[in-house]
Design a protein around this ligand. Sequence first.
Ligand code: UDP
Ligand code: MG
Length: 320
Amino acid sequence: MDNKDKKDKLISIIVPMYNEEEVLESFYKRVKEVISKIEYSVELLFVNDGSSDNSLNIVRNLQKGDERIKYVDLSRNFGKELAMSAGFDYAQGDAAVVIDADLQDPPELILDMIKYWEAGYDDVYAKRISRKGETFMKKFTSKMFYRVLQFSSKVPIQKDTGDFRFLSKKALISLRELRETQRYTKGLFSLIGHKKKELLYERDPRIAGTTKWNYLKLIDLAVEGICCFTTVPLRLAIFLGLSVSFFSFIFMLVIIYQKLFGNAKIPPGYPSTMTVILFLGGIQLFSLGIIGEYLGRIFNETKNRPLYFINEYSDNKDIS
Ligand code: UDP
Ligand code: MG
């Protein structure tokens, strides 16, 4: 491909952002540097995920000096997963890359990703070798989560990868077809298949601002990951229920036997009865809870709602 043909192809850089006013300027500076080294045409698509700060205005200002900047303004905060799918929908490129606004994903890596894309890979994803600036607890919980998920799911889930990845047109089209409202995008990337390539990188600490994650959100994401990708917990409930019933049955036989043929005095039995009832009750509630998780998801998906709503899309064409 010569340079002219390369200019005909467009690469979309998708940036989900939620209250990132502190980092946007430096993000733009660094990305601009990288873009100048890309031989293809580039669009920089910000997805404003309902920021309540000045983020959108900053993007609008940047737009005036750079026609490659476009944005989608979502009608409220939908969360990064949905912000990304809005990005996939509005990206016009022949390929797209998702990158965080906080510069935790080094934009320079995009240049390497492009090389692999040229070599025919559809999904070049960055795998972190270190997680600077993250607490031990976050690293530990994240590791355990991947273990459990992988153990219970048939789709191979990539460990230690974020959403920082380069997608070919093919992969983009596949992703657009997945319209589930409860998304676990990392799993979806695995689900679509295509030719994948792993790149190793050092994940930097966020340059400014604070992470939007907290433990509640992480637990939410973890439950989402497991319930969207496996039905193993349902089976677990069945298994648990069955084994408990089995042992109680044996126990019952023992008691009957003692009553009929044993000469030992049967104690009044209040404590044992209580423990059994409580134990079973607990398991029943637990199982019901699991079923509820899935049922809730079915309920939400059957409503078939759009994934997100937007206030505005600006492709920066008619700005005077
Ligand atoms: N983000 C978003 N919507 C949200 C939360 C986060 O679009 O509801 C964006 C955020 O602006 C950033 C990226 O997703 O560009 C990653 O967020 P964050 O840095 O908070 O996550 P972490 O890096 O800690 O996993
Ligand atoms: Mg971050």
